[in-house]
Design a protein around this ligand. Structure first.
Ligand code: MG
Length: 348
C-alpha cells in the first residue's frame, strides 16, 4: 500500500498539530457550531494517492464481509455467554443462532452487495433499481432479515414507493449496515454522500437517528479512504457527538443492540481506541448483541482506515471465495467511478 501523505500542518484551520486529541477532548470542547465547522474545513487538507484509495476501498468491503462472518457466530449473545463459550471469540467458524456455514456472510453483506451491484450497473444511485434488487433478495429467502428491512421491502413490493413513512420504530441499524457502497461511490462529494446516504436509508428506515448514523459513518469512511489520520477521524466523531448528543460514545455504555445508537456507539468506541484491524473487530464482536452488524460496520471502517494489508489472511481464507472476489471487484469499480477519481479535488 502506498502511504498517503497529508498536507502540511500549517494549513490546518485549527492551527494545531495533526495529532489526534486524547479521548474526550477535541472539537467537542470548542463550542458547538464553530467547532463543527472547523472540523469540516479541517479535512480539506487531506492528500491522497489513487492506489492508496483503491486499497482502502477493497479493505473496507472485505472488512465488512469479515466482520459480518466473524460476528454472526455470537449474535444475540451477551459478553458473558461469549466468554463462557469461546473465551475470546476471534475466529471465523460459522454456527451461531443461524447455524451458518463457516465463512458465510449474512444480510449486512448481502444488502451491501445489492446496493453495490446496483450503483455499479446504473452508474449511480437508482433507488428503484436498488429496491428491485432488495425485493429479489427477499424473495430468495435470505438466512436473516431484520423486521424493519422486511417491512420496508414488502411496502415497496406492494405499492412501489421508494420511501418509508417516518416511524419511531425505524431507529434500527438496518440502513447504516449497508452504507458502504454509497460512501465509496460518492468519494469527494460530501453533499451527494449525505443525500444518497439518507435516500438509500429511507427505502426501509425513516428515522432521524438512522439518517444521522448513515451520514456520519459515510463521512468517516470518506476520511478513512482518503488517508485521514486517527486524530482527524476522532475529531469528526467528537463533533458529531456534540451535534447529535444521543450518539455520545465516551463514556461507552457497553450496549451493542440493533438500536442504531447502541450499534454506532459500539463501533465508534472500539474503532477510535483500536490499534489494528483484528483487535478492533475482536473487541467489537465480543460485545455480543447484534454482533454481525457491529462487526460489519466496524469492519468497513477499520478496513478503510488500516488498509487491505491489515486484514488477517486466515480470516480472508475462510470467506467464501465468490463473496471475496465480488466485493473486491465492486469496491474497486465504485471508487473508480467516484467523483474523486473522476476529477475531484478533495474532500470538501
Ligand atoms: Mg446480519
Amino acid at each position: 500500500m502506498i502511504a498517503a501523505g497529508e498536507a502540511p500542518l500549517s494549513v490546518s484551520p485549527l492551527g494545531e498539530a495533526d495529532q489526534g486529541p486524547p479521548p474526550g477532548t477535541g472539537c467537542g470542547q470548542r463550542g458547538r457550531a464553530g467547532s463543527f465547522l472547523a472540523c469540516v474545513r479541517d479535512v480539506s487538507a487531506l492528500r491522497w494517492h489513487p492506489d492508496d484509495v483503491r486499497d482502502r476501498a477493497r479493505g473496507a468491503f472485505l472488512g465488512l464481509a469479515l466482520g459480518d462472518a466473524l460476528g454472526a457466530t455470537v449474535e444475540f449473545m451477551t459478553p458473558g455467554e461469549i466468554a463462557a463459550a469461546h473465551g475470546v471469540h476471534r475466529e471465523i467458524v460459522g454456527g451461531g443462532w443461524l447455524r451458518l456455514r463457516r465463512g458465510r456472510v449474512t444480510d449486512d453483506t448481502e444488502m451491501s452487495l445489492c446496493l453495490a451491484r446496483s450503483i455499479a450497473a446504473a452508474g449511480g444511485l437508482d433507488l428503484r433499481d436498488v429496491a428491485e434488487r432488495f425485493a429479489a433478495w427477499l424473495r430468495g429467502g435470505p438466512a436473516d432479515v431484520g423486521n424493519t428491512v422486511r417491512r420496508g421491502i414488502r411496502r415497496y413490493m406492494h405499492d412501489g414507493t421508494l420511501e418509508a413513512p417516518p416511524a419511531v420504530g425505524d431507529a434500527g441499524n438496518g440502513a447504516v449496515m449497508r452504507m458502504l457502497p454509497v460512501a465509496l461511490a460518492t468519494l469527494a462529494d460530501r453533499e451527494r454522500l449525505a443525500r444518497e446516504a439518507v435516500a438509500q436509508g429511507h427505502l426501509t428506515h425513516h428515522h432521524p437517528l438512522s439518517d444521522a448514523a448513515c451520514v456520519h459513518l459515510g463521512e468517516l469512511l470518506h476520511l478513512a479512504c482518503l488517508g485521514g489520520s486517527r486524530g482527524r477521524l476522532r475529531r469528526h466523531s467528537d463533533a458529531f457527538a456534540v451535534q447529535v448528543p444521543a450518539f455520545r460514545f465516551d463514556p461507552y455504555r457497553g450496549l451493542a443492540t440493533g438500536y442504531v445508537v447502541d450499534t454506532l456507539q459500539t463501533v465508534l468506541h472500539h474503532f477510535h481506541r483500536s490499534d489494528g484491524f483484528e483487535s478492533c473487530l475482536v473487541a467489537v464482536v465480543n460485545q455480543g448483541g447484534d454482533a454481525d452488524t457491529t462487526g460489519a460496520i466496524a469492519g468497513a471502517l477499520a478496513g478503510a482506515y488500516y488498509g487491505s494489508e491489515a486484514l488477517p489472511a486466515r480470516w480472508l481464507r475462510r470467506l467464501e471465495a465468490p463473496v471475496r472476489e465480488e466485493v473486491e471487484a465492486l469496491a474497486t469499480g465504485l471508487v473508480a467511478a467516484s467523483p474523486l477519481l473522476q476529477g475531484g479535488e478533495g474532500w470538501v
